[in-house]
Structures are given as C-alpha cells and as structure tokens.
Design a protein around this ligand. Structure first.
Ligand SMILES: Cc1cc2nc3c(=O)[nH]c(=O)nc-3n(C[C@H](O)[C@H](O)[C@H](O)COP(=O)(O)OP(=O)(O)OC[C@H]3O[C@@H](n4cnc5c(N)ncnc54)[C@H](O)[C@@H]3O)c2cc1C
Length: 592
C-alpha cells in the first residue's frame, strides 16, 4: 500500500491551525525552531512511507500466528520496529531525564498520524507504550521509574494497557482481577484480561504490562481499583532479564482488521500470582490509568486521521486514473476520468474535508496538552488543561467516526474494485473499524463529554471554547472574501447551535441525566462539526494572510461549511428533542 505523508498540510495545520508557530515564538519549546519541525516531519514522513507502509499488507495477510504461548509478528516487522526505535521515534515527546527528546506533544501527534497512516496494526503497540510512559512518569515511584522508564522510552521494551475483562468492558469498575499484598512489598496478581493489544509478541525481549486489579479489601467500583506494573520477565539485581513472571498469553483473537496487531487473552497467576508493582496509591489506579487513557485516546483519534488520510490519497489517485462515462458537453471518444463526475468529486471532497477537520481538532488538542505542561502561568496551564480535557473525547470519537465514513467512501470511489482486497481500500475500511470501539467506545466518549467535560470549571471551559470559535467567525466575516461563499454564516449558525445545545444539556445534567445522555452522541458530532469547521477557517485565513495560494484551503473550508457545518442546526434539534423518542421507544425495541 502506498502512502505519501502530506507534509505541507500537516506542517500548516500544526503551525497555523494548532498554533505551533506562535508557541515556538513565545519560547514555549526552548530552542526549537520551525526548521527543526520541518526536518522532523520530513524524516517521519519518509520513514512512514518508505519503511512502514510497505509492511501494512504483509501484516494483514500474515497476521500474528500463535504457537506454544508465543506470537510471531509478520515478516519484516521486527527489523522495521528496530529501525523505528533506533530513530528515536518512541521517545520523541518523552522526558529527557529518561532518554527522551522532550519535543512537543504537537509534533508527536503529527508523527503519530503518519505511523497510523502507514499501518495501524504496526503503530498500535508503540502508541500504548507511549501512553504507558506517561502514566509511569506521572504516577510511578522513583524506583520504578529508574528501573523501567529508560527502556520503555527507548522502545527496547514495549508496554501494554490492561483493563478489559469478559464482564468489565465499558464498565471498568466491574473488573475482578485480584492483587494480594506480598511479604516482599510487591503484589501477586491473579485473573484474566481479554482483548489486550500486543499482550504477547516477539518485537522486544521484555513486555511491561500495566494492569488494573483489585485488592481484597478494596471498595467496590472504580474507587477500589489499583494499577500495577507487571513485567513479562522479572529483573535481576543488575537489571538483566531474570525469571519468567507468572503471566502468559492464552490465545490471540481472529478479527475483522488490524491483523498485524496481536490481540491477546492474558492469564495472570497460573502458579500463585504474577509479581506486580504498585503504580501510585492503592485504590488510586483509575487516576493513573486516566493519564494513560487520555494520551491513548488522542492517539486513537490520530489513528482515525491517519487512516482517513491514506484512504483519501488512494481514492484520489484511483479517481484520476479510472475512466468511465462522459461528463456533460464531452465529445464521444475517450471516456472521462471518474474524478470529473460531480458525484465523485463530492465523495473526494467529503473525504478531504472531514480528514482535515479531524486533523485540526486532534492537533489543537495536542497543543492544549503542550500549553498545559509548559505555559509559564498557572492560570494559562489550568485553562489549557481544561481545553485538552474538553477536546480529548471529541478528538477521539469525531476522528474515528469520520475515519469509518472516509474509509467507506474510499471503497465507494473504487466501485467494485474497492470491494476486492488487492486494492487496499478494503483493508483500510477493516482497519478503521476498531478505532471507534477501543480506548472507550465512541458512545462512552460522548457520555464523558456531556457528563464530565461540559461541567468543567462550572461550564467555563466549554464557554471559552465557544468564544474562541466565535472569534474565528468574526475574523472570517471581516475578511469579506467572496470565495468563502456562505462559510461565515454557516459557521456562525453552527457555533450558536453548539452553544445552545450545550446550555440545554448543562441544565439537564442533574435533574434529567437520561435526557442529556440520549442526545450525547449527536451532541459530540455537533461539537466536532462546529469546531472542525472553524479550525479549517482559521487555517484558510492564515493562508490568505501569508499571501500564499489559498485556493485549496479555501475550497475545503467552504465545502465543509456548506455540506457539514450546515448539519449543526439539525443536530441541535436532535439533542434537545430526541429524549422522549429515545427513552420512550420500548415498543420499537421489543419487536423481535
Ligand atoms: C482489537 C481490540 C483491541 C483492544 N485492545 C485493548 C487493550 O489493549 N487493553 C484493554 O484493556 N482493552 C482493549 N480492548 C477492549 C476495548 O477497550 C473494549 O472492547 C471496549 O472498551 C468496549 O468494551 P466491550 O467490548 O466490553 O463492550 P461493552 O462495554 O459491552 O459495550 C457494548 C456497547 O454498549 C455501549 N455501552 C456500554 N456501556 C454504556 C454506557 N454506560 N453508556 C452508553 N453506552 C454504553 C458501548 O458503547 C457499546 O456500543 C480491545 C478491544 C479490541 C476489539
């Protein structure tokens, strides 16, 4: 499968959409320059396109055979992983104290998109390792950090994230894996986890599992969950690999997509309990796991952007080559390339516009994380933290929803050839599907947005967000450029729909929570459309200011406003009117 990193689009969205350029000028990232950014992106793009992308189809067809408790990764993957980690990509944004490069999360976000464009299955493992690094750095003891962080940051060892059990999926609080305090100060872990990404593999000689478990005297639900670091191999006093820990993969799932990513059932405690080391406080595991999950949620959103970008590139290339029929006014003879047909143009523009909007949302979220970590003033850090918290479920769910839509359109543009595996469009469609499910389903993201993120700072975080969007619309109005068509009117309507739907939901959260939850998913879509549309406009305005050729960005912004932002009014009505129809629809659901 071919993939060429869209370096110009990515660089522009980073610098002018997400605001990396002003952040660098303000000195947020020390000595980092825009030239450095370009050089990093170019090298990441080269690696993704030349080294990883050619392995994507191999991973799909070979899978991850499982024999005698061991997983074999697809041919060429080990070498590619070693080259990738030797390039320092795993520790790009990790702290320098542990061998990382401490570069902005924003740059890491762009690279994450590229790894996922090249191969979701390949990028899945490193994505979780990076999230594990964040959790250990933020919550681990000094001793654990000294022992494990350097090897995780360098990618010599990979990490896993282990929440799910058969009876505990979305409801993490229902988990039963047990942790007993041991005399040596460690814990003995027993239980079963399912669906664990890269739970077993041969890419690294140790695997560090981050496992949620419950102590015998723990309170019920999520207040009684602790996080443990459980290495596949225990370490000798000198840090070398020692005895095999009491944890093993029992099986590997057969699944719709991401065949190169081993999804394992894990068994802890066949022989008395796996040795685990507590991260953070006893019963404080959810806080630590949320650090890990939030990073992983943004990364899964970027996975969506990556797949959508790749599907768009592939569909565009096909639409330029494939000839069928004629367009109005064409003379008989050579048929037209299908890109000339209005309906195909509509599909391609939809793919491009949704992808760029999702990219803008994800990069803006990453920039908020950078500002939350690095801003000089406490108030600015706090505001940025709230912005990142608010945007994370939108980045995850909006981007992965559109990835599914875009990958499906990718097949449609190919016609019958899209349904045939050899073209690669079908693999993208299959690989995209999981992103709306793992790291918290998109339904759970919508619940999180409505119940936990809207009330942040008494509603001030979401109010500030709407004000920022209004500021972009005002700028658009002032630009007075006829090429924008109805863009500013459509975006202004979308932002006001978002604002009114937000107030409606906030007013119902306490008294009528089910009414609010019934509209959570359409609300998240409304949030994504209003935000994505305004961020595209921000990028288009920046292109015009810079005096460059703004035609492409203007066209995408206008298309998005006229075809997608315009849906905001309908979504607002759904949010405020759907509760009765959803909650009182037993009759419809009782039909067998
Ligand atoms: C390929 C793959 C890789 C995975 N990797 C990992 C991993 O590395 N680590 C890990 O711990 N887990 C992993 N998972 C598990 C994944 O995170 C869960 O599948 C996911 O969280 C959903 O849980 P579930 O499958 O039990 O679905 P359920 O929780 O049973 O949900 C079923 C449906 O009900 C909805 N639903 C459930 N509860 C609510 C609610 N309260 N409000 C609204 N809707 C609700 C959901 O949105 C969903 O549509 C992976 C799964 C797969 C398939």
């Amino acid at each position: 499968m071919t993939y060429r990193a869209p370096l110009a689009d990515i660089g522009f969205a980073l610098k002018y959409g997400a605001g990396l350029k002003p952040a660098i000028e303000q000195g947020l990232f020390g000595e980092l320059t825009l030239d450095d950014v370009d050089a990093i992106l170019a090298e990441a793009g080269r690696f993704a396109g030349e080294i990883i992308a050619p392995l994507n189809r191999v991973g799909d067809t070979y899978g991850t055979p499982f024999k005698d408790g061991a997983v074999t990764t697809p041919p060429g993957w080990k070498e590619a992983y070693q080259a990738w980690r030797s390039g320092g990509w795993n520790g790009l944004a990790a702290p320098s104290a542990w061998g990382g490069q401490a570069l902005p999360q924003t740059i890491n976000a762009a690279c994450t998109e590229m790894w996922h464009s090249a191969s979701v299955a390949f990028a899945d493992g490193p994505m979780l390792t990076m999230a594990a690094i964040d959790a250990l750095e933020a919550h681990g003891s000094d001793a654990l950090k000294r022992t494990y962080l350097e090897k995780l940051v360098s990618g010599e060892w990979m990490g896993t994230m282990q929440l799910t059990e058969p009876q505990a999926g979305s409801d993490v609080g229902a988990l039963r894996t047990r942790a007993e305090r041991a005399a040596d100060g460690a814990y003995r872990i027993t239980g079963q986890k399912i669906f664990i990404t890269y739970g077993e593999h041969d890419l690294t000689d140790n695997i560090i599992h981050f496992v949620l478990a419950r102590l015998p005297d723990a309170p019920p639900g999520t207040r009684g969950i602790s996080l443990f670091l459980v290495p596949k191999f225990l370490l000798n006093a000198d840090g070398s690999l020692g005895a095999r820990n009491d944890v093993r993969a029992h099986s590997v799932e057969h699944k719709l997509g991401i065949h190169g990513s081993p999804t394992c059932t894990m068994i802890f405690g066949d022989s008395g309990g796996a040795t685990g080391f507590l991260i953070g406080e006893e019963n404080g595991g959810m806080a630590a796991m949320f650090t890990m999950m939030n990073r992983a949620r943004l990364a899964v959103g970027l996975q969506g952007v990556g797949v959508a970008e790749c599907a768009t590139q592939q569909a565009l290339a096909y639409a330029r080559e494939r000839r069928q029929g004629r367009t109005a006014g064409m003379k008989p003879g050579e048929p037209a390339p299908i890109i000339a047909h209005p309906d195909v143009r509509r599909m391609l523009l939809t793919m491009r516009a949704l992808t760029q909007a999702a990219r803008a949302i994800c990069y803006t979220t990453a920039m908020a994380l950078d500002r939350a970590e690095r801003s000089a003033e406490t108030g600015a850090r706090q505001a940025a933290y709230h912005q990142a918290s608010l945007l994370t479920p939108v980045a995850k769910a909006f981007s992965t929803d559109i990835a599914n839509e875009v990958a499906s359109l990718g097949i449609q543009v190919h016609g019958g050839m899209g349904y045939i595996e050899e073209t690669g469009a079908a693999q993208l469609f299959r690989d995209a599907r999981i992103a709306a499910i793992y790291e918290g389903t998109n339904g759970i993201q919508a619940v999180d947005l409505v119940t936990r993120k809207l009330p942040l700072a008494d509603g001030a975080a979401v109010a500030a967000h709407c004000d920022q969007l209004r500021g972009i619309v005002r700028e658009l109005d002032a630009s007075n450029d006829p090429a924008f068509g109805w863009t500013s009117v459509r975006l202004a309507d979308a932002v006001e729909s978002l604002s009114r739907a937000t107030s409606w939901l906030l007013a119902r959260l306490d008294q009528e929570p089910d009414a609010a939850l019934a509209g959570a998913t359409p609300y998240l879509r409304l949030f994504g459309l209003a935000t994505g549309g305004c961020l595209l406009a921000k990028e288009a305005l920046a292109t015009m200011r810079l005096g460059g050729d703004a035609a492409a960005r203007l066209a995408v912004t206008r298309f998005f406003a006229e075809n997608f932002a315009v849906q905001a009014g309908g979504l607002e009505r759904t949010v405020v009117e759907c509760a009765q129809g959803v909650l009182g629809a037993d009759a419809a659901l009782s039909v067998p």
